[in-house]
Design a protein around this ligand. Structure first.
Ligand SMILES: *Cc1c(COP(=O)(O)O)cnc(C)c1O
Length: 829
């Protein structure tokens, strides 16, 4: 089928397809059709087209034998797939009309779909946006990850506290995946290494594993936007290897056979729910090795299918490591080249240095992964040997050459951290092996060079670089905000979802009264819709004419949801003192999951919920303030909140948020940012201009200076009367009647534990910026202009730009154009 005939699928034909598939998914067509059945039937109808395109993409790729990018990530936060796939296939309107004829609103069908939540937050969502752009730009790309049985936990609130329950995303089957048994892999673990002498006298290492796990691939098709490409995300599921347990089983030892199976299947059972903290658990280590080993073996299998020797391997494959989580892939490729394919050490190492590139996502020390040497010894003994040799050659070679005889430097840069327990520094291994290392926003990449890896920067002056993160405008504007998309399409010529810089033509209308009204009318309609959702989720009624002030992201001290809370308390106090205080009514909207083991994060959730309960039920303040914490923040909830946001809270401590991507999604949808000079906020400010953003707080350098001088939060508390009264208030039983000190974990962290994230240092500046924002909102035309300017100037932050940066500056990718287009280009059209 050509693209032409596909675009011409009529409503009638699409409806017939859905009805055909309903035969499989609905029990009894004579009765009213269940929403889950219609969802499955629509997905199956879409899949006919998707898999057709996947086949032709594969054929095209095979013919062209183009260089492929292989993205290794422990997390993919995909969200729901149907709406996005329909938009990318340009089938949305057709499907909408077809399902309408069958008696369903398409939005209600979408609601039946489960999020694919195989990630924690920004890092996993970035991987999902990059897959969308890679397909849209027609790059030969493959994503590799883990097929978790349970993704990120579901969150509910009970007595204002977070309760977690397991995510059952495949409870009714997942229509967007297909098992590929032909690409199964076997993964060794444990055991010992034997040194064998060959007949020619050379020594060879043989790893005798103690256990073998099977890796079963599930492929999720990734549909490019308005193009012919469908790529694949390959997710590995662990199973017991069939060799293994039958012996025990036949010997009557069913228990043992079964426990081996259970153990094997545990590996891909559950996503670790820690965002920005290394888990340090044996199972996590095995998860990382399991998926890296499956992926590297799959890459080699794909290469050897089309090549007789290794001469082109580094030309045909580049492997991007999304953070240090997949670092073990380096050791696995070394091992296979040395032990299975009999490379010399130097040749194997040269090869590895050409294929890997690494993205650093954080400077937070608690997030930098280290694994104990002991764990390596037990689980991956052969990999440890290889690691030691890499380290030896690195220290005696490059390090000794740059810093001769400097033992302190050797200790500092070594892949092994000395101490009570020897630890392997995964970031160091990634940096010394990779041909490029990138940070994820300009400031972050500078800090990687200056503060995190200054010595590596000296050793490899061209290795460290920047690729500012991006988001896909298909999901984060076109699909999630149809009303704004339609308005934009009336003013912007061309396919702005594919060329986001086109939005800058909207600046021509930023002061156009009529356009301002239309833009704000769309915003208001989105706020009405969100108000209904808020009512449904929390029972709280909110006023769509209030300012919708949004902070949605993982709960973390560095993101400073508690700074937002202190400001809410300040407003509340001011209103109680003067109920006629002239401020715009405001609704503070939170969405955030806390890692289940992160005590203070959970206390912050509890405090926000307690304060919300008090404020929302206080008749004295005339509904001028509302606070809602929407449960179970995830991609599909973000898609509902973002189009309705007036204000985007991006208030991390400067230097802590590597980039942020929520900031980009919100600004793209016309929310005005109040934020610190951190991560991509800085680049957003550059794009929208200082008049269209509210910047506050200490800069990176000022925070560093505070740390040098010795930061004293208590002196700030004592010298700022409003701040003092708020903190004392939080410490009373005002928000938890009868329970004194119920919320003092927060005040404790701010006053007694040193306020590590400088909340008090930034409070006054934040509060002033909020006042300026409130004042700005009173000028309706002025605000509309700001909102429009934000949407108009987000072109830079499309993930298409990020991917082109990677393709040009890191991966050296050529395009894998479809034959027709390639011919056109060749003939100079
Ligand atoms: C975009 C996104 C994030 C990242 O948000 P930040 O504000 O950049 O931390 C986290 N979770 C979900 C569900 C997202 O869509």
């Amino acid at each position: 089928m050509t693209s032409k005939s596909r675009k011409n699928i009529t409503v009638k034909a699409f409806k017939a397809r859905i009805q055909h598939h309903l035969n499989f998914h609905a029990v009894d067509l004579s009765h009213s059709i269940d929403k889950k059945a219609i969802l499955m039937a629509v997905c199956s109808s879409v899949n006919e087209i998707v898999f057709d395109k996947l086949q032709s993409t594969n054929i095209r790729r095979h013919e062209r034998n183009s260089r492929s990018i292989n993205y290794l990530s422990l997390e993919y936060l995909m969200g729901r797939m149907l709406s996005n796939n329909l938009h990318n296939l340009q089938l949305f309107k057709t499907a909408q009309a077809a399902t309408k004829e069958l008696g369903f609103e398409i939005e209600d069908i979408f609601e039946e779909g489960h999020d694919l939540a195989l990630g924690n937050g920004g890092l996993g969502r970035l991987a999902a946006c990059y897959l969308d752009s890679l397909a849209t730009l027609d790059y030969n790309a493959m994503g590799y990850g883990i097929h978790y049985e349970h993704g990120l936990f579901e969150q509910q609130f009970y007595n204002n506290r977070q309760i977690e329950s397991p995510d059952e995303w495949r409870e009714y089957g997942n229509p967007w995946e297909v098992c590929r048994p032909e690409a199964e892999q076997e993964i060794p673990l444990y055991g010992h290494v034997e040194t064998v002498a060959e007949t020619d006298g050379t020594l060879r290492k043989v790893w005798h594993p103690g256990q073998i796990i099977k890796g079963v691939p599930w492929d999720v098709p990734i549909v490019g936007y308005n193009c012919e490409t469908v790529n694949v995300l390959r997710l590995w599921e662990s199973r017991a290897s069939s060799h293994f347990d039958w012996e025990a089983f036949n010997a009557g030892d069913y228990q043992d056979a079964n426990s081996a199976q259970t153990q094997a299947e545990t590996i891909s059972k559950v996503l670790y729910p820690n965002d920005s903290t290394a888990a340090g658990k044996e199972l996590r280590f095995i998860q990382q090795y399991f998926f890296c080993a499956c992926s590297i073996k799959d890459i080699i299998r794909r290469y050897l299918k089309h090549h007789d020797d290794w001469s082109q391997f580094a030309d045909k494959f580049v492997i991007q490591l999304n953070d240090t989580h997949p670092t073990i892939a380096i050791l696995e490729l070394m091992r296979l080249l040395l032990d299975e394919y009999r490379f010399s050490w130097d040749n194997a190492w040269q090869m590895c240095k050409q294929v890997f590139a690494y993205t650093n996502h954080t400077l937070l020390p608690e997030a930098l992964e280290k694994w104990s040497v002991e764990l390596f010894e037990t689980i991956l003994p052969r990999h440890l040997e290889i690691l030691y040799r890499i380290n030896e050659e690195f220290l005696n070679g490059q390090v000794d050459k740059m810093w001769p005889g400097d033992t302190a430097m050797r200790r500092k840069l070594s892949l092994i951290e000395e101490g009570q327990q020897k630890m392997v520094r995964m970031a160091h291994l990634s940096v010394i092996t990779s041909f490029k290392v990138n940070g994820v926003a300009e400031i972050h990449s500078e800090l990687v060079k200056q503060d995190l890896f200054p010595e590596f920067h000296k050793l490899y002056p061209n290795k460290l670089t920047n690729v500012t993160n991006g988001i896909t405008p298909r999901r984060w504007l076109k699909a999630c905000n149809p009303a704004l998309s339609d308005l934009i399409s009336k003013k912007v010529k061309g396919d702005w979802a594919k060329n986001l810089s086109l939005l800058s033509t909207l600046t021509d209308y930023a002061e156009d009264k009529k356009f301002q009204q239309q833009f704000m009318q769309v915003k208001r309609e989105n706020k009405v819709k969100l108000s209904e959702e808020i009512k449904k989720l929390t029972g709280v009624s909110v006023n769509p004419d209030a300012i919708f002030d949004v902070q949605i992201k993982r709960l973390h001290e560095y993101k400073r949801q508690h700074l937002n809370l202190l400001h809410i308390l300040a407003l509340y106090r001011r209103l109680l003192e003067n109920p006629r205080l002239d401020i715009n009514p405001r609704v503070f909207i939170f969405g955030a999951k806390a890692a289940p083991g992160y005590y203070l994060a959970k206390e912050i959730i509890y405090a926000i919920n307690c304060v919300a309960e008090k404020i929302n039920n206080d008749a004295r303040i005339n509904d001028k303030l509302k606070v809602v914490f929407l449960p179970n923040y995830r991609v599909s909830l973000a898609e509902k909140i973002i189009p309705a946001a007036d204000v985007s809270e991006q208030i991390s401590t400067a230097g802590k948020e590597a980039s942020g991507t929520g900031n980009m999604k919100l600004a793209l949808n016309g929310a005005v940012t109040i934020g610190t000079l951190d991560g991509a906020n800085i680049e957003i400010a550059e794009e929208v201009g200082d008049d269209n953003i509210f910047i506050f707080g200490k800069t990176v350098d000022e925070i560093k200076a505070l740390n040098r001088q010795g930061y004293d939060p208590v002196s700030i508390y004592n010298s700022e009367p409003e701040l003092k009264s708020i903190i004392d208030w939080l410490d009373s039983d005002y928000f938890t009647p009868g329970k004194f000190g119920e919320l003092s974990a927060i005040t404790q962290s701010l006053l007694n534990d040193g306020d590590h994230y400088k909340v008090l240092a930034d409070f006054v500046s934040y509060s002033q910026a909020q006042e300026a924002l409130d004042k700005a909102y009173k000028d309706q035309a002025g605000w509309a202009k700001m909102a429009i300017m934000n949407t108009a100037m987000m072109g830079k932050f499309t993930s298409d730009r990020s991917i082109e940066d990677y393709a040009n500056n890191i991966w050296s990718l050529d395009k894998n154009l479809p034959a027709t287009q390639a011919v056109k280009l060749a003939s100079g059209e």
